[in-house]
Unconditional design. Structure first.
Length: 433
């Protein structure tokens, strides 16, 4: 069979399986192994199926993913997310839109010890959404705010997606983490601007809350010591050269567990729930990784990847024209695919092309991760939106999607700014030897 036709059939099969709700990892794996068998025979395809999952699941570099997820699970079950929201509410709650600002701040803070977008959205839905509903906030805007705030877990270090990008492209993960800090801070600031605009345009949608005394405000800050210690210990250890990213993930998970137990916040029931939750999320992620590797081997023997790279490099639109087309492609894919699948499927194709066109690998990593975040909140998929809807079932999906629109707008502005001014993401990595 013609290899170009085989590659096309592989993509059609994969998206067809996804359309009938086959899990993304399985869809990529089935299309990959089936296509490999079509071109190379059943024997080689079965050998591929036997070897790839084993090599992926025993890869030491990938161990960082379940460890950071476990760290976030322990942090969530020990109440650290609640402490972040309580502190934000104490300081900002009396302002119009104050609870929304507190939610954004809590999402940003929790992202610094979590690294997972879905986990951040799920946790803050349980913590912040009931408070905003009691205060009279527009429920669609509140849910959309939490969905967008969850995407901070992808950008603010430690980020599972940045780790995966670094592993795939052999880019320094510590520099990627540093590169994500300023864009992450920009996201928090831009989301705050959206809340301020909503307070001016529709003040009834974001009412004022109760004013808290100065004593209560400072008391809320004292409760944040565990979050600060974890953030400084994990990232400080990485940048101080005390341990590698993989070691930092494991130490962070154990440290979060010990702090939770010492504070009496992690009884065995909560530890068990955190372990089960982390196992479920990690298993889903690793299934996608395995499926993407299987599909990637299939694309390699079709030479689709190599041909696509050459096609992009030789487009008559210039380097930034190619970049614009790639960003547009991510916006389209984000409507139908999970962000992890997008990274695994597209980076082997677009990364070599971007390097040949002279772009910086660290800057491009930040841009790609930003682009795939749109898929977390864009219709018709929007993983964060579905997570929030599964927890708050009385909030319609349409209302949540409508609530995410202003945040998608400012994210597009932020993406454009970072494309035009690469120094915003490359300044901090420049201090790392």
């Amino acid at each position: 069979m013609d290899r170009d036709l085989a590659a096309l059939l592989g993509f059609v099969t994969m998206f067809g399986l996804m359309a009938v709700r086959v899990p993304i990892g399985l869809a990529m794996g089935i299309a990959g192994v089936g296509g490999f068998a079509l071109l190379s025979g059943t024997g080689p395809a079965l050998n591929l199926l036997a070897n790839v999952p084993l090599s992926v699941l025993t890869d030491y570099n990938l161990s960082v993913i379940p460890m950071f997820i476990l760290m976030g699970a322990f942090a969530s079950h020990s109440g650290m997310s609640t402490e972040l929201f309580v502190a934000g509410r104490a300081w900002f709650g009396h302002r119009r839109g104050g609870l929304a600002l507190a939610t954004i701040a809590a999402c940003g803070g929790f992202s610094a010890i979590n690294g997972s977008s879905v986990a951040t959205a799920a946790t803050m839905t349980q913590v912040a959404l009931p408070e905003m509903r009691r205060a009279g906030y527009d429920v669609g805007f509140s849910a959309g705010l939490i969905a967008a705030g969850g995407t901070l877990g992808i950008m603010i270090p430690p980020s599972v997606i940045l780790v995966l990008y670094g592993i795939m492209t052999e880019t320094d993960i510590t520099k990627l983490f540093a590169a994500g800090i300023i864009p992450g801070i920009m996201a928090v600031a831009f989301y705050g601007v959206v809340v301020a605009a909503m307070a001016w345009w529709r003040p009834d949608a974001v009412p004022r809350g109760d004013r808290h005394g100065w004593g209560e405000r400072f008391a809320s800050l004292r409760a944040l010591w565990a979050v600060v210690v974890l953030f400084l210990f994990v990232l400080g250890g990485i940048y101080g050269g005390l341990f590698t990213v993989q070691e930092a993930a494991g130490i962070g998970a154990v440290g979060t567990l010990l702090i939770g137990m010492l504070r009496g916040r992690l009884p065995w029931r909560e530890i068990k729930a955190a372990l089960i939750g982390a196992l479920r999320v990690s298993s889903a992620i690793m299934l996608i990784v395995v499926g993407a590797y299987l599909f990637g081997y299939f694309l390699t023997i079709t030479q689709f990847t190599q041909n696509a790279v050459q096609f992009l490099v030789h487009l008559p639109v210039g380097p930034f024209g190619v970049l614009a087309l790639i960003m547009l492609g991510y916006l389209v894919l984000g409507a139908v695919m999970d962000e992890l699948a997008m990274i695994l499927l597209t980076v082997p194709i677009v990364f070599p092309a971007m390097m040949q066109l002279g772009f910086d690998s660290i800057w491009f990593g930040v841009i790609v991760v930003m682009a795939v975040t749109f898929g977390m909140i864009c219709p018709p998929v929007g993983m964060n939106v579905f997570v929030i809807n599964s927890i708050a079932r009385d909030v319609p999906l349409g209302a949540i999607y409508k609530g995410t629109l202003p945040f998608i707008g400012v994210d597009l502005i932020r993406l454009f700014i970072l494309c035009m001014f690469p120094a915003l993401s490359l300044w901090l990595p420049g201090f790392i030897p």
